[in-house]
Every structure is written in structure tokens, then in C-alpha cells.
Design a protein around this ligand. Structure first.
Ligand SMILES: Cc1cc2nc3c(=O)[nH]c(=O)nc-3n(C[C@H](O)[C@H](O)[C@H](O)COP(=O)(O)OP(=O)(O)OC[C@H]3O[C@@H](n4cnc5c(N)ncnc54)[C@H](O)[C@@H]3O)c2cc1C
Length: 439
């Protein structure tokens, strides 16, 4: 079997903003472990940590093809979201939504404890989140969102355009709904910090791409360029790349989205900006623009989705430049008085969606477990699903495990190409056109 490997661009602002970090050694020679975990993003790090905590005698090997922080977990927009997202929020069963809420809040509490215990500097803050609307369509979405929030029984409040301008430093938005339970963070700093604080019985191998695997007797053996590791239990935190290992092959959809940010604003530029610090806004109309200002004074724009069947490679530079121009337009429309502030980075990242918006969690084969397909909100979800996946593999029951099993399922089967590509691309194009007011 030939495994396509991740190859993310080296332009991720979050990663570039970190102090240089010494990567853990690559895997050399043959080794044996009790558990082998692949993928050191939110999911894989959570799996490895929980296994180590619950089975302190066990030897756990954690492998990633890249350096920690280079994958999607280090290049997202840094929203750690408590509320069920988009389609999950529209689920007809109130108990389903309460379970997701409880699971996400477990993840937030777990991340917060780790950040405190290991003094991880990652701009972690309880900011809440604005969902901002422009135009009739966006405003209608906000009304719908209000009714969903009433059903959920969670706190929120409406913020009018004037109040919003004093926070965001832009009059672009007409109205927003503020919900208090979201946290913001610096994603690359958080995952690198968690990787550097793994328990002693976890051995992390970076730059150690798994190129093939097979089963000998009770053991799974994974092969990298310079070594191999065997273990009776394999746990995959590999998101879209789970397909490459031979499971969920035609059930996951590889999607990329992109972000750009400015260099830190100078004091003078800050005065012109006139807004507050450290807030995050997601679009009411879902294909619109996510906006953030970081604690180190950078304004970040995220938008654009691409269906990427060849997800093993990053997009071409000219495509990234084109996206950067779109980001620039979004930035200058919101902040014309900052038009001379350049972007310092533009980057993209890949994640997994499914056509029925269902997350996979559970057993795939004898001794093989995975959590994959978070539909684009993997910071909280990767953390809780990774933690619970370790419990499942260890045979430890809990209410949370029962809850995650109740809200997950099987991603639906994809039609064959070229039908799939045509369908997904036209849906993305339609959503982009419909959300154009919030781009
Ligand atoms: C621009 C952008 C903005 C986003 N914003 C948000 C946000 O604000 N909030 C949020 O919650 N989510 C957001 N997301 C989604 C989020 O980043 C993902 O859902 C999340 O990172 C998934 O985590 P994971 O650990 O499951 O997978 P990943 O982070 O994708 O980790 C999988 C790991 O597996 C490794 N791997 C794959 N194949 C192999 C192999 N053969 N051998 C060894 N290792 C391998 C990869 O290198 C990678 O590190 C965003 C995504 C992008 C791209």
C-alpha cells in the first residue's frame, strides 16, 4: 500500500511566529510499543496523553510525518468552540446537542488545565465569540441562530453595529450575536507546548512519516523511511489521512481553507484601528470570513474553501497568491484606514468533512481505532475525541464515552469521481456566491 503524505506549506504565520523549537528525533531502527498513535495534532496528542495517564506502565509511541504544529492543528484560526457547530446545532434532538456541549466543555477544561499546569504560553483566553452579519441573508441567519440558542438554553446577547464597531474597529458589520463560552488561542504554540509536555511513557517521533503498515500475528507494524514500530493496538489521529491507511476510504472529503494576517500593528496604526484587543468573529453566513485580532496586534482574515482530492500537497504558490488578494480585499473593505499595513503570511490547511456531517469515532479493525472527520472544528473536538478514544481502546467506560458514541456515527459514502468533485465544487461555489456579502 502506498500512503500519500501530508505536505503543508511553510508559510503558516502561527508557526513562524514561534521561537525555534527543537524537534523530537525521527524513528530509527525497529521498536516495540504497547500502543502506537499516528498524528500529533489535537487528536493524536490527546490520545497519547490519555493512554499514558490511564496506563502508566505502557510504552506509547507517537509518530508524526511533520514537526508538531505544521499540520492543521497548528494552522487553524484558534477558536476553541463550546457550542455545537452549524449542522450539529440544528439537530432535532435537544439531548444530542447537550451531549456535544458537554463534550466540548470537557475538552476546554482539559486544555485549560494543561496550559496552566505546564505554563504553556499560547494566548489562551476566555474571550467568547461574535457571530457577525452583513446584509439580509446574514441577518436572517442571526435570527435563526437566536432561536437555536433559545432552544439550547445557553446565554447570548445581541450587539448592534455601533457597539460592534467600538470593539472590532470596523463599521462593516450590522449586527452580531455574542456567545461567551468560546476560547481563543495561538494554535501552533498550544500544540507544540502540549507535545513538549507529554508524559514520560510517551515517545514522540517527529518527521517520521508512516509509509506503509501490515499486520503480523497480533501486532500492527508501521514502517517509516528509517525504522518500524510494532504494537498490538494502533490509534489514528490522522484526520483526512486516515483514508491513506486504508480505512474510511470513500467516506471523507478533503477540504482546504486559508488564512492571512498582518504584521503586528504599530502604536499609530492601533490608534487608527480604534477597536479592542483579542476578539474573534465568525461569519453568520457560513462561507463568509472569520476575523480575529491577536494579543500581539495582528489582524487575521480566514476565508475560501477548496475541495482538494490531491491533499497530500499544498496548493501552488500562484493559487495562494490569488487567495491572498481575496484576503486583502476582505481586509481593506473592513479596515480602509489600515490599507498600507501589509500581510506577512498567507497559509492553508486541510481537514476532513463528510457529506452527512457525521464524525467518525471508534474501532475500525482488530486493534485499530480512530477519530476522524471533525468537519472543521477540531481543536475542542480533536481533544475530547482523542481522550475518549484512548478510553475506548483501554476498555474504560464512562458517561462521556457513552455520550461521544451516541453523537458520532458513520460518515456517508461518497459517490465516485468525477461526480464527487463536480458536486462538492459546485456546492462550495454556490455557498461562496451566497455568502459574498460576508466575504
Ligand atoms: C485555516 C484553518 C482554520 C481553522 N480554524 C479552526 C478553528 O478556529 N477552530 C477549530 O476548532 N478548528 C479549526 N480548523 C480545523 C482544525 O484545524 C482541524 O479540525 C484540526 O486541526 C484537526 O485535528 P486533528 O488532530 O484531528 O488532525 P490534524 O491536525 O490534521 O493532525 C493530523 C496529523 O497526522 C499527521 N499525519 C498524516 N499522515 C501521516 C502519516 N502517514 N504518518 C505520520 N503522520 C501523519 C499529519 O502530519 C498531522 O500532523 C481550521 C482549519 C484550517 C485549515
Amino acid at each position: 500500500m502506498m500512503i500519500h503524505l501530508p505536505h503543508d506549506d511553510s508559510e503558516c504565520g502561527w508557526y513562524q511566529a514561534l521561537a525555534p523549537r527543537t524537534a523530537c528525533p525521527t524513528l530509527h531502527g525497529e521498536c516495540q510499543a504497547d500502543y502506537v498513535v499516528v498524528g500529533a495534532g489535537f487528536a493524536g496528542l490527546a490520545i497519547a496523553r490519555r493512554l499514558a495517564e490511564q496506563a502508566p506502565e505502557a510504552r506509547i509511541a507517537l509518530l508524526d510525518a511533520q514537526c508538531v504544529g505544521q499540520g492543521a492543528s497548528g494552522r487553524n484560526s484558534g477558536f476553541v468552540i463550546d457550542l455545537p457547530h452549524k449542522f450539529a446545532l440544528e439537530h432535532p434532538d435537544p439531548a444530542h446537542k447537550q451531549k456535544i456541549l458537554g463534550l466540548n466543555r470537557f475538552a476546554i477544561a482539559r486544555l485549560e488545565r494543561l496550559i496552566e499546569n505546564y505554563a504553556i504560553e499560547c494566548q489562551w483566553s476566555a474571550t467568547g465569540k461574535y457571530q457577525g452579519a452583513v446584509g439580509e441573508r446574514g441577518l436572517a441567519y442571526l435570527e435563526h441562530f437566536e432561536s437555536l440558542m433559545r432552544d439550547l438554553g445557553e446565554p447570548w446577547h445581541s450587539v448592534d453595529g455601533q457597539q460592534l464597531a467600538s470593539v472590532l474597529g470596523t463599521h462593516y458589520y450590522q449586527r452580531a450575536i455574542y456567545t461567551p463560552g468560546c476560547y481563543l488561542m495561538q494554535p501552533a504554540a498550544l500544540v507544540c507546548g502540549m507535545a513538549d509536555a507529554l508524559p514520560e511513557n510517551v515517545t514522540l517521533y517527529e518527521n517520521s512519516a508512516v509509509r506503509s503498515l501490515n499486520r503480523h500475528g497480533k501486532n500492527w507494524t508501521l514502517y517509516t523511511d528509517r525504522g518500524s514500530v510494532s504494537a498490538p493496538t494502533l490509534l489514528l489521529g490522522t484526520s483526512i489521512f486516515t483514508r491513506e491507511f486504508g480505512w474510511l476510504k470513500n467516506r471523507l472529503l478533503p477540504v482546504m481553507t486559508f488564512a492571512s494576517w498582518t504584521r503586528p500593528l504599530s502604536d499609530r496604526e492601533l490608534q487608527r484601528y480604534g477597536g479592542q484587543f483579542n476578539w474573534g468573529l465568525t461569519p453568520a453566513d457560513h462561507a463568509g470570513t472569520t476575523l480575529r485580532i491577536t494579543q500581539d496586534r495582528r489582524i487575521m482574515i480566514r476565508n475560501t474553501y477548496k475541495y482538494v482530492p490531491r491533499y497530500g500537497s499544498s496548493v501552488r504558490d500562484d493559487v495562494r497568491q490569488h487567495i491572498r488578494r481575496d484576503h486583502r480585499h476582505a481586509f481593506e473593505t473592513r479596515y480602509p484606514e489600515l490599507a498600507e499595513v501589509p500581510f506577512s503570511h498567507t497559509w492553508g490547511g486541510t481537514y476532513a468533512m463528510s457529506r452527512n456531517f457525521t464524525n467518525f469515532f471508534g474501532k475500525l479493525d482488530e486493534g485499530v481505532y480512530a477519530c476522524a472527520c471533525d468537519n472543521g472544528v477540531g481543536a475542542a473536538w480533536g481533544t475530547v475525541s482523542g481522550t475518549m478514544l484512548a478510553d475506548l481502546a483501554l476498555g474504560q467506560e464512562s458517561t462521556l464515552l457513552a455520550d461521544i458514541q451516541a453523537v458520532t456515527g458513520m460518515p456517508s459514502r461518497n459517490p465516485p469521481e468525477p461526480l464527487l468533485g463536480l458536486g462538492v465544487r459546485s456546492r462550495i461555489r454556490l455557498a461562496r456566491w451566497q455568502s459574498r456579502g460576508e466575504l
